[in-house]
Write a protein that binds this ligand. Structure first.
Ligand SMILES: [Ca+2]
Ligand SMILES: [Ca+2]
Length: 509
């Protein structure tokens, strides 16, 4: 029964020690050896001590919020009124028994009653004024015990062997004034085992920048230790507190809000596969794990960013083709919004291949409205049955363009009378192909007979003969690839295309 009670008591103490859930616990010193003079001397009426812990022993920047000592056994009455001072120091040892670090250089972090409890780091002093440790200098802890009287016996605290003369203390029958502590009793290298509860620093320089409609780039600077960083996101800016002692991985959720998307030593992360024009919230913590029982998190820092909105020049909601009056194809498209659009062109082909499609001889100026807009264009140059493919090109003011389509339509003149093809004698049109340096030429013959099509330069010199022979009534198509009759590439400029047929010679540039 007695043993059970003892076990329970130990467990309770254990739990008390670990309630500092926000902090990493840094323990300095191990073993079972004890000291009855540091951090205080319970057998003296009054005592004052200074102990220097090195940067290497602590090795963790952050806010020290509490410290604890391991009281082992012995008397501890009349010994519970402590003033605790912390300070940075470049000192590594005390050169003599009067070589005190001036208390004016230190910060009073606690003043008052300390409950001296037996057991594993059970004598806890939670600071009234947390102390930021820079992890560059060494740290000095001064303790002034002010309760009148003494315990009548030695009380012992766990100690460890640190560097020579890293500790200095004075025992006295009168209350010692830390401003002028006088000559110390002794120097020692046996310092108190101590546990620091340090709230680790947040990452700094945290930014979230939208990269695209689907990606936000996060970046940060790790804290000075430097510790790893954990990142979580939320759609609502609600984040829970990471649970002390819990190791999270990407994909884990944090109770009360947040899903972990990254943990590691990098200083940036790209959050991808996001929705456009949507705000994403992030919280970043420094995370420290010693691989045993401590996994601690910094308080955390939040940021947010909104993914980019779609900025296509044209938001097209439909593009359709329909036959009417047997050989006219009506093309209709609807835009929901337009931005910096010059206008629209239409391409036609008898196969699903934009590269060889013909550009129709029309250009439809854009309205650049933010409202819905319906456009209609008519292709009157379909003279044969078959499947036709159409593409819509929207041309930006800066000359760039996007293609929509193709859509296709099956043209049959089945029950319609043979259409009166509106034949025009000569060259009907000529236009450059936007995809390669060729010119497409459409020619018409109102009746069959001799025809020739030739390219001339502006000085009237023949460059190339594209066709010579006989043609049936109807239209026929030619291409000029920009070379002369010896297949030499001709410079860009103005050329005349001349068609001779049955004595007529229309020209097109
Ligand atoms: Ca005392
Ligand atoms: Ca004193």
């Amino acid at each position: 029964m007695r043993n059970t009670l003892k076990t329970m008591l130990t467990l309770c103490l254990f739990m008390t020690v670990f309630t500092a859930s926000w902090a990493i616990a840094i323990q300095v010193g191990t073993g079972t050896a004890t000291s009855d003079v540091l951090p205080i001397n319970t057998n003296a009426d009054y005592s004052y001590s200074q102990q220097i812990y090195t940067q290497a022993q602590i090795n963790q920047a952050g806010w020290i919020k509490s410290i604890s000592f391991h009281f082992d056994s012995g008397g501890n009455t009349n010994s519970d009124d402590w003033d605790v001072y912390l300070g940075h120091t470049s000192k590594t040892s005390f050169s003599g028994v009067a070589d005190w670090i001036p208390v004016g250089d230190l910060t009073l972090v606690y003043g008052g009653t300390v409950t001296i409890s037996t057991g594993y780091f059970a004598t806890l002093i939670t600071f009234t004024t947390p102390f930021y440790y820079n992890n560059t200098d060494n740290l000095v802890i001064a303790i002034d015990e002010n309760a009148p009287g003494n315990a009548g016996s030695n009380g012992s605290f766990r100690r460890f062997s640190s560097g020579d003369y890293t500790g200095l203390y004075r025992n006295y029958t009168s209350n010692i004034d830390p401003k002028s502590p006088g000559t110390g009793t002794r120097r020692t290298g046996n310092l108190s085992q101590i546990r620091f509860d340090i709230e680790i620093d947040n990452p700094t320089d945290v930014t979230a920048i939208p990269y695209s409609e689907t990606q936000i780039d996060l970046s940060w600077t790790r804290n000075s230790t430097p510790d790893k960083v954990m990142v979580a996101w939320s759609s609502t800016n609600d984040f829970g507190t990471p649970v002390y002692g819990t190791n999270y991985s990407a994909g884990d959720t944090i109770t009360d809000g947040g899903t972990v998307i990254y943990k590691g030593s990098d200083t940036s992360f790209s959050h991808t596969s996001l929705s456009e024009n949507t705000t994403y919230y992030y919280k970043l913590w420094s995370v420290k794990s010693d691989g045993l029982y401590n996994v601690a998190y910094s308080p955390g820092v939040t940021t947010s960013a909104r993914t980019l909105a779609q900025t296509l020049p044209v938001e097209l909601s439909s593009f359709t083709a329909a036959l009417y009056s047997f050989n006219h194809v009506k093309l209709q498209w609807v835009t929901q919004s337009e931005t910096n659009v010059s206008g629209f062109r239409i391409y036609r082909n008898t196969e699903d291949l934009l590269e060889t499609a013909e550009m129709l001889d029309l250009f439809i100026p854009a309205t650049n409205t933010s409202q819905m807009k319906v456009y209609i264009a008519t292709d009157k140059e379909i003279f044969e049955e078959g499947i036709y493919y159409f593409w819509l090109e929207n041309v930006d003011l800066n000359g760039e363009s996007d293609f929509h389509g193709p859509i296709h339509i099956n043209i049959t003149f089945a029950d319609a009378p043979t259409p009166e093809v509106p034949l025009v004698q000569g060259i009907n049109n000529a236009y450059p192909n936007p995809f390669n340096p060729t010119v497409n030429i459409t020619c018409g013959m109102v009746k069959g007979g001799q025809a020739s099509v030739q390219v001339y330069n502006t000085r009237g010199q023949l460059v190339k003969t594209l066709f010579t022979g006989t043609k049936e009534k109807g239209t026929f198509k030619l291409q000029w690839n920009g070379t002369d009759q010896y297949d030499r590439k001709m410079p860009s400029g103005i050329y005349l295309i001349r068609m001779d047929s049955n004595g007529k010679n229309p020209c097109v540039k």
